[in-house]
Design a protein around this ligand. Structure first.
Ligand SMILES: N[C@@H](CCC(=O)N[C@@H](CS)C(=O)NCC(=O)O)C(=O)O
Length: 239
């Protein structure tokens, strides 16, 4: 039994762990999505962070398994991947999977900063001017650079996935990145994806994996929304 702790009401970074657990068909509990009266809610996260002895998590997502409490999305997936059959086989490939996942974490941070470039203590509306400038730089420079990098990874080997014939947690996260950017910046995403066919194809293949498709059709998959990392504010997209 795996326990995932992530803020309720949004996909956020927790979605990368969820997608891996769902594709694996693992038994897991999405603890903070349970009512507070049943030990869930944001309070469950705060309690876990406060009460973990030794090395404690700084922020969710957090995975609890077999007495281990582990945070940082990439570290969680590096732990989980081999246990649920969603990591590549060789040691070198596993390090490269982690390398790609850490680069994906950078995408999540930069996507977040497009709508909150100065501080999380202010609303988007209170930092809109800075967000406009940040989003322009993200769309024009960073997005093509990140997608171009992942295009190269997606096309590097024969086979449908980054590491060949077997799907890994990296493929699942790349799918989530593509759909997230498409949600937040539909025009910029279409522009950039026109030049990254291997990445676009990878996302399409992941989306129809039976377990992923079943998850996406289930109520467990929350829609993208303006509480998450990828937010749709049309003024931040390509003109
Ligand atoms: N690098 C971390 C980032 C974790 C993170 O920023 N979590 C957010 C939610 S998605 C949070 O609650 N942060 C609180 C904070 O940074 O104070 C990861 O990839 O897991």
């Amino acid at each position: 039994m795996y326990r995932l702790y992530y803020w309720p009401g949004l996909q956020g970074r927790g979605e990368l762990v969820r997608l891996t657990l769902e594709q694996a068909g693992a038994t897991y509990e999405d603890v903070a999505r349970k009512p507070e009266a049943e030990g869930g809610g944001a309070r469950a996260i705060m309690r876990l962070m406060k009460e973990t002895a030794g090395v404690a998590p700084f922020a969710p997502p957090i995975l609890e398994h077999d007495g281990l409490v582990l945070a940082q999305t990439a570290a969680i997936l590096d732990y989980l991947g081999p246990r649920v059959g969603l990591a590549p086989e060789s040691e070198g490939d596993r390090h490269h999977a982690l390398q790609l996942q850490l680069t994906l974490a950078d995408v999540w941070s930069e996507a977040h900063d497009t709508h909150h470039p100065t501080t999380n203590a202010l609303t988007y509306e209170e930092q809109r001017e800075a967000a406009l400038a940040r989003s322009k730089a993200f769309r024009e420079a960073r997005l093509p650079k990140f997608f171009g990098y992942f295009e190269r990874a997606a096309a590097a080997r024969p086979g449908p996935y980054v590491f060949g014939n077997a799907v890994s947690y990296v493929d699942l996260s790349l799918f989530q990145m593509v759909r997230g950017v498409e949600y937040a910046f539909p025009k910029a995403a279409a522009r950039v994806l026109a030049g990254t066919p291997a990445l676009a194809g990878l996302a399409a293949r992941v989306e129809v994996l039976p377990n992923v498709a079943a998850y996406l059709a289930s109520p467990r998959r929350l829609p993208f929304n303006e509480k998450g990392i990828f937010r749709r504010y049309p003024e931040l997209d390509d003109p």
